[in-house]
Design a protein around this ligand. Structure first.
Ligand code: ADP
Ligand code: MG
Length: 340
């Protein structure tokens, strides 16, 4: 049976040390950890003049993933959802900590989990610098540290009337994948079904896009709880309203195979996509298109930010169809303390 310390050494500390050399094209990047795993604290050196961007996300068995999920995918997703928060802020990933509660020290599970975790960490030059390991119901909590120049962060409170509203990628696949696992619907096309499940289990954090949008976008966030709910966060923080063309919200070919109602609910209110939703002035349209092409991420304009003129009005989303006719949709983002 593995002890706590041999478990940490074998699956996390050794791998972290092995993955620390600077990436070839990043030799100039400031060293990430001045002191990594093994002491009471890690020490990090924030790059001169930059702000530290910090975010924590927790994944709980039965709430965020099924007990039998592929541990490699789980390692990927646990870090991906955290990197996505840095992306949404326009921050560059530097380091992360990992707090892990494990029901048992299953070596095969740990090997696959840490493989998935480090594969993504290495792609983004993000170093594991510490954590905590305990026995208990499976729970994975990661804190990421990134950096962003002062005044460059893409904040939720920065949307301006007249801004376009954009989203990256396509929306709804992850929720559709969850529906497949739960048996809410089925797809005859195996390749499309696999694509939807992959979206749920292996989201791609839009780090390069977030960095490229610095100085171009106004407000941004990552869509973790569904477009309808997450866009409301921008509107509330920016005290604004939105008009959104529901038919302009981009969906994949796989999602298009679902019945119309399920398709729309997944795209507009489904969570776990980790695409970016951002606003940018109309004058930046070409710049945004070019960034999307350069970063190889589709970007789609879905609506506009409108001012709140009367104190009686509250932040809200007016949904329209392709022809501009109003749609009355009751859409809710995911809320952990309400039944879904
Ligand atoms: P402490 O007793 O101070 O809580 P621990 O004995 O829990 O320290 O951890 C020893 C070292 O191993 C620390 O540097 C800690 O950051 C690191 N560590 C513990 N668990 C993990 C983990 N899951 N991933 C990475 N580092 C870890
Ligand atoms: Mg500890």
């Amino acid at each position: 049976m593995l002890s706590e310390f041999s478990l940490i050494e074998r699956f996390f500390a050794r791998r972290a040390r092995a993955s620390t050399p600077p990436l070839p094209n990043e030799a100039a990047k400031v060293p990430r950890a001045a002191l990594g795993i093994g002491d009471d604290c890690a020490l990090i050196v924030p790059p001169a003049g930059q702000q530290l961007a910090i975010s924590t996300d927790m994944l709980v068995e039965g709430r965020h993933f099924f007990a039998d999920v592929d541990p490699h995918a789980l390692g990927h997703k646990a870090l991906a959802v955290n990197l996505s928060d840095l992306a949404a802020m326009g921050a560059a990933p530097h380091a992360f900590t990992l707090a892990l509660a494990l029901p048992r020290a299953d070596e095969r599970w740990l090997a696959a989990f840490s493989d998935g975790l480090f594969a993504l960490a290495e792609r983004f030059g993000c170093e594991l610098i510490g954590g905590d390991t305990t026995s208990g119901p499976l729970n994975i909590c990661i804190t990421v540290f990134g950096d962003v120049p002062p005044n460059a962060a893409l904040r939720r409170d920065a949307a301006k009337p007249g801004d376009d509203i954009w989203v990256s990628g396509t929306l709804g696949d992850a929720r559709a994948g969850l529906g497949l696992l739960r048996g809410e619907w089925a797809l005859a096309d195996d390749a499309c079904a696999a694509q939807l499940k992959r979206a749920l289990e292996r989201p791609e954090p839009r780090v390069a896009l977030g960095l490229a949008l610095r100085g171009v976008a106004h407000a941004a966030l990552d869509i973790s709880d569904g477009l309808a709910g997450d866009l409301m966060h921008i509107l509330k923080r920016s005290n604004a309203q939105a008009v959104v063309d529901a038919d302009a919200v981009p969906i994949s070919r796989a999602l298009a195979l679902l019945p119309a109602e399920a398709r729309r609910a997944c795209a507009l209110a489904g969570g776990d996509d980790y695409e970016l939703c951002f606003t940018a002035p109309a004058g930046a349209r070409e710049a945004v298109e070019r960034i999307g092409e350069r970063e190889n991420v589709p970007v789609t304009r879905i609506g506009t930010i409108e001012p709140i003129d009367s104190p009686a009005d509250a932040p809200s989303i007016a949904w329209r169809d392709r022809a501009g006719a109003p749609l009355s949709l009751t859409l809710q983002g995911f809320d952990h303390f309400h039944a879904d």
